[in-house]
Ligand binder design. Sequence first.
Ligand code: GAP
Length: 516
Amino acid sequence: MANQEDIFRKVISHAKEYGYVVQSSEIYDGLSAVYDYLQNGAELKKNIREYWWQAMVQMNENIVGIDSAIFMHPTIWKASGHVDAFNDPLIDNKDSKKRYRADVLVEDHVAKIEAKIEKEVNKAAKRFGEAFDKEQFLATNTRVVEYQERSQTILKRLARSLEKEDLEDVKNLIVELDIVCPVSGSKNWTDVKQFNLMFGTKLGASADSAMDLYLRPETAQGIFVNFLNVQKSSRLKIPFGIAQTGKAFRNEIVARQFIFRMREFEQMEMQFFIRPGTQKEWYETWKKIRMNWHLSLGMGEEKYRFHDHEKLAHYADAAADIEFKFPFGFKELEGIHSRTDFDLGSHEKFSGKKLQYFDPELEESYVPYVVETSIGLDRMFLAVLSNALVEEELENGSTRTVLKIPAVLAPTKAAVLPLVKKDGLPEIAHKIIADLRLDFNVIYDEKDAVGRRYRRQDAAGTPFCITVDHQTLEDNTVTIRHRDTMEQKRIAIKDITSAIEKEVAMKYWLQKLAVD
Ligand code: GAP
């Protein structure tokens, strides 16, 4: 079996070969941690955004969507705490001159311990077969228990030191754990320093009058500062939510793992405004709703887990990540944060404007509390793409590469293929395309033998291939081939739209979202 690094390398090269993602400015040797989405990538990204938006905004009477500007008044970032607290702890290796996030070095060390636990579990599962009880094994196996305790102790100490801004202790921890620089292999570390992640820019034509601005590091603040504008114009009553998707920018120090951690990325965020005191309940509700959204895509329950934060951001009283099993292990995909009244309260202070809601039932005004759900669109894209890429052994001994992207998200829903480039078959194929494109993104492909065309569409992630052959001339039927099962059926041309729709239409996928 290929190891994790090989699998990840394959995902990255497949993304380029099949028109999904490439490094930005590639012909100038690229820009680190900045990426461009090509023809298939742009479609997949748009479909993920759409699936999120429909589930969030269209399916909920009390959630509306906005689109606020990337440039915002600089005081917003003072009020939000980002100017003072949006820092990463940095450490340099004196030999390699490489810079690292100190917390990531420690977390990577812990990930290695966790990989040992997984290895033990897999070994035991093999040994005990069906009788294997994972929970019991995790609770009783002495080696595994010791690994778990070690991980917990390290993570707790890291969280405590970061919370107290005790950077000396973070360095001590790195030294005590014998962490070496992955490049030089040495333990020759500098002290740990804080580094602010916001990008600065200027607004205005002349140097004297130009105003210093930041590129927004999260989309959330555009929602907070418009809270009353939306509430008054929509007349929504608490509890209600405001959603938006858009670009965010962070000067990330650790810029690796492809589109997992980027300097320019897109977020899909929703702020849910609630009565103070109800935050615990709503926090649990939104954890459940968001996990349900992920599960509805059918990528496998075992690929997700919750991770409760030990170290809370400056604005939160509870926070959890939905982690996804990427090719490099379980990592954060989405955050659910109980943000209290921190943001609105702080904007009241800094702007001098009231940001309160009059609750007609309680007959009193208050600053609402907020539960936020925040997912990175690019990270979701990576989850979908990496999960979809499969090398499949076929019955005849050959292999095929297939991108099993959930059909609702697939960039192209069907390819229409004339068996040969003559006898009127291309004309019929074009006619079918003209009809299908009113509902779906479809493409025409006549190059190479039909078997090779199937393989090409499998690798590009197209859920259906429609083949027009000589029988079509006689009875107006085509073959429809299913990407995942490779099953082929003969159907009438007039039934193609409904056959495709049943599997790709967003409404059928959204139906799975009802929470008990
Ligand atoms: N408004 C809250 C907020 O921004 P966050 O945990 O910093 O919280 C939310 O970010 C999500 O945004 C993350 O779970 C991740 O999916 C995505 N994200 C954050 N930084 C990112 C980066 N540098 N590159 C890609 N996605 C990122």
